[in-house]
Design a protein around this ligand. Structure first.
Ligand code: KIV
Length: 274
């Protein structure tokens, strides 16, 4: 058993120590109290209140529509459930790009109103000032490079990023910059495994991958994907641990059948309650 299993509270210092010790970091998204309680109880290291809530909780096509108020609502539900994990919250689209003061205000609202432990922002050099400003308030910041879903209309598709030399070199520079300004970690999404490995080896902060191969410091998945609830989403990097869409649907169908046939509720129970 790893010594980190005994850790009562995961902090940025614990995450750094995990990287230094070669202990892989586990991270999952969480958006609501009940699921976050199970995830935390299972022993996850980081819960990301991702703006993927826009997709999996609200049914939007992209992450762009979710608002700061909605992120705070999800984050506070998660924080109420969590005892051990480090809870990091995505700053939603429009709340940090281009205006460091607005970025700081949004981050302070998240920390104050939800009780979360840090924030995550998508982007590199172009958001450096916002990251710096947030860090001045003592708020832990996580970066996110590679496929950054808030820029989907710029990319046009969700395919692998940084396959070309120029984009790969920029990503390496951005990762270094995130380390230098003081981010506690960075997510690398959908980039070549070799590039991700190089980044993980060249920075001292934890590098968490999603579709970025196994040679990074940890992995993150969207919890609905891992559980097989988002049936239609089947990227190559995903491992499904359950097929919950089918199982939950079957349970609902059994319930509907039982109500229709009057098999539920149980008559004996009804008589007893009367
Ligand atoms: O919002 C999210 O779920 C994310 C992960 C995919 C890393 O940013």
């Amino acid at each position: 058993m790893s010594k980190y299993t005994e850790v009562k509270r995961v902090t940025t210092h614990v995450l750094k120590a995990m990287k230094n010790d070669g202990e892989k970091i586990s991270m999952l998204t969480g958006y609501d109290y009940s699921m976050a309680k199970i995830i935390d109880d299972a022993g996850i290291d980081i819960i990301l209140v991702g703006d993927s809530a826009s997709n999996v909780m609200a049914g939007h096509e992209t992450t762009l529509p979710i608002t700061l108020d909605q992120m705070i609502y999800h984050a506070s539900s998660v924080v109420r459930a969590v005892k051990r994990a480090f809870v990091v919250v995505d700053l939603p689209f429009g709340s940090y790009q281009g205006d460091p003061k607005a970025a700081l205000r949004a981050s302070i609202r998240i920390m104050k109103e939800s009780g979360a432990h840090g924030v995550k922002l998508e982007g590199g050099i172009e958001i450096k000032d916002s990251i710096r400003r947030i860090l001045t308030a003592g708020i832990p910041v996580m970066g996110h490079l590679g496929l950054t879903p808030q820029s989907i209309y710029k990319f046009g598709t969700y395919v692998v990023r940084a396959k070309e030399k120029e984009e790969a070199e920029q990503l390496e520079k951005d990762a270094k910059m995130l380390e230098e300004v003081g981010c506690f970690g960075v997510v690398l999404e959908k980039i070549p495994a070799k590039l991700a490995k190089g980044v993980a080896e060249s920075v001292s902060i934890p590098v968490i991958g999603i579709g970025a191969g196994g040679d990074v410091d940890g992995q993150v998945l969207v919890v609905h994907d891992l559980l097989g609830i988002t049936k239609e989403f089947q990227p190559r990097f995903l491992r499904r641990y359950l097929e919950l869409y089918d199982d939950i649907k079957a349970a609902f169908q059994d319930y509907i059948k039982d109500v229709k046939s009057q098999d539920f509720p149980n008559r004996a129970v009804l008589v007893y309650e009367l």
